[in-house]
Design a protein around this ligand. Structure first.
Ligand code: GFB
Length: 320
């Protein structure tokens, strides 16, 4: 048996379980809720008015009352490169407090299994590619998102600490850059994919001759459709119980310029692409190795072309 097989030996079926999806209104959380329909479990959610995840006592009281058996920690303050760079305190504090409250309450009230969701930005800016899980904490972080990254690293470590000290079955998944229905299409705070879809669409509609892309267009990014990510998270919840976090990637990456061309093609915008060099490039590349996840029996199934078309359709639906 390999190391990964040994760790995955204890399967955790979700059927009949009370499963809490924290962050169920977000892009990832809502995709996990949709995916869980197939598991025949009882899905627990709490709206913002009912539960403020930044308030420890409220989180404890909610978990004590609702008694989830499993929890997906998909609640987070997220945003693209500019939002991360502009609001460091919000990205560090909100994410630390939300994950700490949920994970501690999960321990206090005996939640059987927790899956914590992080991000590929936890890895050093210049990590060898493709980035394996072992690259964590081997070098300096990318400055534009170090605040968010530090919070996510703390989340991984908190899960590991509860495993070691109390034998808890708390695990972590590190998805690459995600996109899909439910994404944030606001140009100041979004990630690149929804921004490009919106820019290309509006330029087409308004008959503009060009769209503006931030930075040089040379950085490479790996993109995974959120339905694939949700499927991988449910898979890990069911089969994985190891201390190490697991990368959740697509397997290949693309330059921002080539992605822009692809989005323009799918949206039907035929104008020029120009660059705003006053905006940051961020990390040059962060292609992850998802070998560990493949060994655990999961691979993505949604191509970039199909995923972008699907996301464009979802964007159009938000306009009507
Ligand atoms: O997706 P994105 O905002 O985040 O940007 P990161 C990816 C790349 O796309 C950067 C370029 O090189 C941007 O400069 N880009 C080009 C644009 N045009 C645009 C645009 O119109 N909007 C945006 N947003 N980008 C984030 C982290 O990093 O990745 C988070 O800040 C998180 O912490 C997330 O980890 C997954 O990939 O650079």
């Amino acid at each position: 048996m390999t190391h990964v097989e040994a760790q995955s030996a204890g399967a955790y079926p979700l059927a009949g379980k009370r499963v809490w999806v924290a962050g169920h209104r977000g892009m990832v959380g809502s995709a996990i809720v949709r995916r869980l329909v197939a598991e025949n479990c009882e899905v627990l959610t709490a709206g913002r008015k009912e539960l403020d995840l930044t308030r420890q006592q409220d989180v404890e009281a909610w978990v004590e009352k609702n008694r989830p058996q499993a929890a997906f920690v998909a609640a987070a303050k997220v945003g693209g490169i500019l939002a991360n760079d502009t609001y460091p305190a919000t990205f560090l504090y909100d994410n630390l407090i939300i994950e700490a409250n949920i994970i501690k309450a999960a321990h206090d009230f005996d939640v059987e299994k927790v899956l914590f969701l992080g991000s590929s930005c936890i890895y050093p800016k210049l990590a060898p590619q493709p980035i394996s899980e072992d690259a964590l904490l081997t070098g300096p972080l990318e400055p534009t998102n170090e605040w968010y990254a530090i919070a996510k690293i703390a989340g991984i470590k908190l899960c590991q600490a509860y495993r070691r000290q109390y034998g808890r079955d708390f695990i972590s998944a590190m998805p690459t850059n995600l996109y899909g229905p439910g994404d944030n299409f606001d140009l100041n705070s979004s990630h690149v994919m929804p921004a490009l879809i919106r820019k290309a669409h509006e330029a087409k509609e308004q008959g503009l001759s060009e769209i503006t892309v931030w930075g040089t267009g040379t950085p490479r990014r790996e993109f995974l459709h959120v339905e694939d990510c949700a499927d991988a998270c449910v898979h890990l919840m069911k089969v994985y119980s190891g201390e190490g976090h697991v990368n959740v990637g697509f397997g290949s990456d693309i330059t921002i310029l080539d992605l822009t061309r692809l989005v323009c093609d799918i949206v039907g915008f035929k104008g020029k692409i120009v660059h705003d060099l006053s905006k940051p490039d961020g990390t040059p590349r962060k292609l992850m190795s998802s070998e560990r996840l493949a060994e655990l029996g999961w691979r993505p199934s949604i191509s970039l072309e199909r995923g972008i078309a699907d996301t464009y359709k979802a964007f159009l639906a938000t306009l009507s």
